[in-house]
Write a protein that binds this ligand. Structure first.
Ligand code: SF4
Ligand code: FES
Length: 387
């Protein structure tokens, strides 16, 4: 600003938001697996549009400088990037805690060793089921399950902390105990039992994935029992399924409050499904700096805090706790992202989401729409959204 510039009072009074705690770097949408619950967008970014190495490094430096603590190296499969070791080493150098979110497929032991040497802090490995055949069917790749077992062994040998992530849905919800036992057997310190969230490919597959309410209740009891039994041995995190909830979760910790996502092409999003809200304009790291986008991007400002809310959230004592739940789910079910998350029993659309869950859970259909490039659902099955 030169001496003659008179600051706009509204600008001058604006307090910049606190720095996010975590950043999800979707390095690539390429992946050897095709999980039908994938939260990646249905229109996946192509390899040709991915950010180059230097841009990612600059983004990591900016993230660290603005106060981000955790960097989640994700995708797709992040190790599909040839520069994954260089990127990890840079993130470590600038002081970020690095978490590799991986399928464990296509990663050699040598590559993992290079990552460990580069200073990688933590590995999060996804597993699809405890039964190999079901696991491979869900992943859409024969032999995937066995490869994951081998990969987990390398993680342990190299002394890297391991978390197992299992996305739960109709095909594996009865196997939570074997899944947790598998995490123990793999030497994990933590397991995430995360019920599928219905965005992206999971929304395309909702009728094939939705469990019944009875299954969800049994699963919750199993998780509680295992938490008690395994106290001190294994931490069990659980993400409950929204469609059967009474109160929503504070999705992404509140819009523009704690985290941000950078897509393979450099678009900065407040959450992984934000692009479904079509009127929002997202900024690219190739055009603006990360701190500028975090503080000033209209997409982050749109639902930051509580001033955008309407009733019932506006007058609700929980509005600073759950921030009205999930904007993307509100859009998907009600058509309006400013509605309360319909997972909330105070939402006028709550009965609709419960009815959808019950209807979908009763569908006897198991042909998944596998995740793939081109955004074209698998022609073997046509899914009509009934919301
Ligand atoms: Fe949360 Fe809004 Fe429901 Fe209150 S009305 S509990 S703020 S979603
Ligand atoms: Fe977008 Fe929840 S996924 S706010």
């Amino acid at each position: 600003m030169n001496d003659m510039t008179i600051p706009n009072p509204a600008e001058a009074a604006r307090v910049p938001p606190p720095a996010p705690l975590g950043m999800l770097a979707e390095l690539t949408h390429r992946c050897p697996l095709s999980c039908p619950y994938c939260s990646n967008p249905v229109e996946l970014d192509k390899r040709s549009g991915e950010l180059d190495t230097e841009t990612w490094k600059r983004v990591f430096s900016e993230a660290a400088a603005m106060g981000v603590l955790h960097l989640h190296l994700s995708g797709g499969e992040p190790t599909a990037r040839k520069d994954i070791v260089e990127l990890t080493a840079h993130a470590v150098k600038v002081g970020l805690y690095t978490n590799l979110i991986t399928s464990g497929i296509g990663v050699t032991r040598e590559k993992l060793e290079e990552l460990a040497t580069a200073g990688l802090d933590h590995v999060q490995l996804s597993i699809q089921d405890a039964l190999p055949d079901t696991a491979d069917r869900i992943a859409g790749l024969k032999g995937a399950h066995e490869k994951k077992r081998i990969f987990a062994g390398w993680v342990l040998e190299l002394g890297l902390p391991l978390t197992i992530n299992a996305v739960i849905h109709r095909a594996n919800i009865e196997n939570i105990e074997p899944l947790v036992n598998m995490a123990l057997e793999f030497g994990a310190r933590r397991v995430e039992i995360a019920h599928s969230q219905y965005y992206g490919w999971a929304l395309e597959n909702r009728r094939m994935l939705m469990p019944t309410r009875e299954q969800v209740m049994r699963a919750a009891e199993t998780v509680e029992r295992l938490r008690d039994e395994l106290k001190g041995k294994l931490v069990i995190d659980a993400v409950v399924p929204d469609y059967y909830a009474r109160r929503p979760k504070p999705c992404v910790g509140g819009w523009g409050r704690q985290s941000l996502n950078v897509t393979p092409s450099g678009k900065v999003l407040p959450c992984h499904a934000a692009e479904t809200i079509k009127h929002l304009k997202f900024d690219y790291v190739t055009e603006r700096s990360l701190p500028d986008i975090w503080a000033n991007s209209s997409a982050f400002e749109a639902y930051r805090g509580t001033s955008w809310m309407k009733e019932p959230c506006k007058g609700c004592p929980r509005k600073e706790i759950d921030f009205g739940g999930c904007r993307c789910q509100a859009l998907a079910i009600t058509g309006d992202p400013e509605q309360a998350d319909p997972a909330c029993s105070l939402s006028p659309f709550h009965a609709k989401i419960v009815a959808l869950a019950i209807k979908d859970a009763a569908v006897d259909q198991t042909d998944y729409v596998y995740r793939r490039f081109g955004g074209v659902p698998d022609p073997r099955v046509t899914v009509t959204h009934n919301n």
